[in-house]
Design a protein around this ligand. Structure first.
Ligand code: 15L
Length: 282
């Protein structure tokens, strides 16, 4: 949608913020959200370190560039922060892109008075939590951080940074521990932690538009028959999942087999991220 066209909004969405700065706009989830969020009533301002295909107005900037970030966040009603390295990498690269980059973005948002950030945290912040046994209750959000990688550690940092900026500066955040937000399911683990792209947009919309969130941490998955996480905190924001991975279960299990928690790359929430080195693809 061209940036200068008025956005059509649902009747009940008149209070939703109109301009959302989307960092990581060219990534997998960013690309999906550029298409799926505008129907929820948002005007997307894209930012990425590489040009965003199909969006000539997209801002090309590195998260290390504080001046560019200040300009990018100016006037935004909310920020959806997806940018950064999304898999395990060297500590030095994670430090620069995810830790310093997220800090730079929060500083820019604070300086420019942006009210809310939706932070793409990850299940890998708690990835070394053992996979629940059959019959166990869904895993709550208030379990201790157990990062499975430097990547997961950067997500723990982001959640704590969000808490600091809420407590100290009143900058709100919803930290979403996203599962696997991909169009296609490629493992038995994903049947549990899948966040369909359409549910992803519903969850981001709820996180952007819910009133008075302070700093709220939620899990991000669809309401999968095999889900392992408590979705109540996300639902309290107004999220209603409409998808369930079970429709793909027979096909996925025929191709990849059932989950085997006796295997090191399937024994924990973080799947193959927990092995050293991680086993790809997972
Ligand atoms: C993540 O946090 C990654 O960014 C994504 O690429 C997936 O690997 C996902 O977790 C997952 O756990 O499946």
């Amino acid at each position: 949608m061209p940036a200068d066209q008025p956005v059509e909004r649902d009747a009940e969405q008149t209070d939703t913020p109109s301009t959302v700065l989307l960092t990581g706009a060219s990534g997998i989830v960013g690309t999906l959200m550029r298409e799926l969020l505008p129907p929820h009533g948002y005007r997307i301002r894209s930012l990425d370190m590489v040009p965003t295909p199909g969006d000539p107005d997209a801002i090309v900037a590195d998260l290390a560039d504080r001046a560019a970030l200040r300009e990018a966040v100016r006037g935004a009603d909310a920020i959806l922060h997806l940018a950064g390295i999304s898999l395990e990498s060297s500590f030095e690269k994670i430090l620069r892109a995810n830790i310093e980059g997220t800090y730079n973005l929060y500083e820019a948002a604070r300086e420019e008075g942006v009210r809310r950030i939706v932070f793409a945290s990850s299940n890998h912040a708690v990835g070394l939590t053992p996979w629940p046994r059959p019959g166990d209750a869904p895993i709550p959000v208030d379990i201790p951080h157990r990062p499975d990688t430097f990547y997961g550690l950067s997500k723990c940092f982001g959640e704590d940074l969000a808490q600091l900026y809420w407590d100290k500066y009143g900058l709100e955040t919803v930290s979403i521990r996203i599962g696997s937000c991909f169009p296609k399911i490629t493992s038995a683990r994903m049947l549990s932690v899948w966040l369909s792209p359409a549910d992803g947009a519903r969850l981001f919309h709820a996180a952007i538009s819910a009133p008075d969130v302070g700093h709220t941490v939620v899990y991000g998955s669809s309401d999968n028959t095999r889900r392992v996480w408590d979705l109540a905190p996300a639902e309290a924001l107004g999220y209603v999942s409409e998808d369930d991975s079970e429709v793909f279960a027979a096909e996925v299990i025929a191709a990849h087999g059932e989950l085997d928690t006796g295997k090191p790359d399937q024994a924990h929430l973080g799947g193959a991220f927990v092995t050293d080195p991680p086993i790809w693809p997972h």
